[in-house]
Design a protein around this ligand. Sequence first.
Ligand code: KPL
Length: 297
Amino acid sequence: MKITVLGCGALGQIWLTALLRQGHEVQGWLRVPQSSCRLQVQETDGEITDVTVPANDPEHLRQSDLLLVTLKAWQVSEAVKGLARHLPAHSPILLMHNGMGTVDELRGLAQPLLLGVTTHAARREGNRVIHVAAGVTHIGPVTESARDYNALADTLQCALPDVAWHDDIRAAAWKKLAANCVINPLTALYNCPNGALRDYPEEVARLCDEVARVMAREDHHTTPADLLDGVWQIIDSTAENISSMLQDVRALRHTEIDYITGYLLRRARAHGIPMPENSRLYEQIKHKENEYERLGP
Ligand code: KPL
């Protein structure tokens, strides 16, 4: 397949190397246009891939069978709208990011739209991307025209297992959102790895309780206890991780809070559900982010 990967950060590089290894014709697409993109990835078994792939080639984009988007949530909508004009109308666009809400911003695209949530963990260390832990990627359609694209799951499974297809991806997306609503802002505030949240059990439970209430109203029934259990499992299995939000805060970058807790609060407001704990966390992260964005680089 001919594939364009929009966003060449840690997750984008992992997918680019995996798809390349599988024989696909890949290119990266960077915000600051470059004719090539160097991939330096250390795999989970320690193996290092160091290759250069083409980038920002409009002809490659015009022939792409898939646009895989690995940008941060807040970068997605503008970038995808810009590229979609040049992508064939039948080529699917697969969004893979933390948080929710970008799909609403992309209504009306000609291409079939899919959403992916992944538990692969990666981080940058200098110029190198470390694939910290293998995980599972769940993908599924968010527009009617994407319903028949389940073969994509097989293609991606061959490149970077495990990949699971869901006719209704929203349930998996909400579960991941719940984990991100708890882990990301708390670790960013306490400046700690995910596992250290074991020291804040009451706060974790109160946040989960609020998320479960919104999920029930969104028709994703889960008990607060089940949701809490799932969140603790993620905390334990990623105990050594520095969450993506804490990485952003440490690097003074814009965070994904508006698409994580912000999305939850928007849905809660629509259902008239009060969210004191999540609102407080949201305000604290926005305050932190505004402080360093106001001061500039
Ligand atoms: O997705 C994550 C993130 O850091 O963004 C979790 C699940 C919290 C793992 O670190």
